[in-house]
Design a protein around this ligand. Structure first.
Ligand SMILES: [Zn+2]
Ligand SMILES: [Zn+2]
Length: 345
């Protein structure tokens, strides 16, 4: 099968092709696993964190990609949850131990043995992949393969972030950064909390305009002061200054949720300019979002189908994975990027 693999960490944009196109044997599904013929795979900022070593793979070579939509090709021993031809999705959570206190309490995202698709196990930048049947999801019929892929990470993690804000209808929500996840959060908020006002911080005019097109009441640069205080802010940027800048816009008791697996070091100095009374005082909170649970993915897919969240997608061929990643790095973003695997339906 054709696959794009990462064999070592690299830096963008100096190395323009960190992923190599290779020919590999089709994997064989083990006990309780399914073999999936990949149709599309979403491209996520986390792939940049893997490539650049901020959350390095635990094995090399590794096939990245954790927003996979495909069709069951066959099943391993004792795997009978799906039939051949069923459409399934695979997300960031590839497995967890199932026995620790976190796993037993619905917090498998915090399990110390959490394994991530496309980092600790081969993912979807390939024609085929395998996964335990317990970690695959049925995709609602109303979505095309390409529409469903970004829902599996950008959408599901956005859903988790939004839940962690404790937002109520009528309250103000800020979104710092306006990539794949944030634009889906905006669509979720419009439906779940129709009276909530959304304020979007982004450094590009194109993203600000896109945010307004989708219903944001205000869009501006990360360092601007919003006309109203915000109950919560979700940060999806890879850097620090927007975090520091966002805090001044929170109302007393407000919460900033950081949805980023790692932060880049480039502007860490921004944190030294934190002003306690302006940025933290009055019980402001900062919380990170870590990974994802199966429940998040399932609940979000159900909700996305109910309210018909259709992500804006931009398609690339599997061989163009490096280009898609480079454009993501350079923040040439409008909606979500997906790779269409050739020969797929
Ligand atoms: Zn992701
Ligand atoms: Zn566990």
């Amino acid at each position: 099968m054709k696959a794009m693999v990462l064999t070592k960490t690299a830096s963008f944009p100096e190395d323009k092709s960190p992923l190599e196109s290779v020919e590999l044997p089709v994997p064989v599904p083990q006990e309780k696993e399914i073999l999936v013929k990949v149709s599309v795979c979403g491209v996520c900022h986390t792939e940049l964190d893997e490539i650049e070593g901020r959350t390095p793979p635990s094995k090399y070579p590794v096939i990245p990609g954790h927003q996979i939509v495909g069709y069951v090709e066959n099943s391993g021993k004792n795997a009978n949850r799906f039939k051949t031809g069923d459409r399934v999705g695979i997300a960031w959570i590839h497995s967890a131990c199932g026995k620790c206190k976190y796993c037993l309490n619905g917090m498998e995202n915090l399990c110390s043995e959490f394994k991530a698709t496309g980092r600790d196990a081969d993912g979807g930048y390939a024609e085929y992949t395998t996964v335990s049947e317990e970690y695959a999801y049925k995709i609602p019929d109303i979505f095309s393969d390409a529409e469903a892929a970004p829902l599996l990470c950008a959408g599901a993690i956005g859903f988790r972030s939004l839940r962690l804000t404790n937002l109520k209808d009528g309250e103000n929500l800020g979104l710092t950064g306006f990539g794949a996840s944030a634009h889906l959060v905006l669509k979720m908020v419009k439906h779940q909390y129709p009276l909530a006002k959304i304020f979007v911080f982004s450094r590009t005019g194109a993203e600000q305009a896109f945010a307004k097109e989708l219903g944001a009441v205000w869009a501006g640069n990360a360092d601007e002061t919003t006309p109203e205080k915000l109950h919560a802010i979700i940060d999806t940027t890879p850097v620090w200054s927007p975090v520091k800048e966002a805090l001044k816009n929170l109302e007393p008791g407000g919460r900033l949720v950081i949805n980023a697996i790692r932060k880049e070091q480039s502007d860490k100095d921004a944190l030294l300019t934190l002003d306690y009374s302006r940025d933290l005082w009055m019980e402001k909170e900062i919380k990170s979002v870590a990974n994802i649970t199966r429940r998040d993915v399932e609940e979000f897919l159900r909700m996305a189908a109910e309210i018909v969240i259709r992500p804006e997608v931009q398609e690339y061929r599997l061989e163009e994975a490096n280009t898609a990643l480079l454009e993501l790095k350079e923040r040439k973003i409008r909606g979500a990027k997906v790779l269409r695997i050739e020969g797929s339906r």
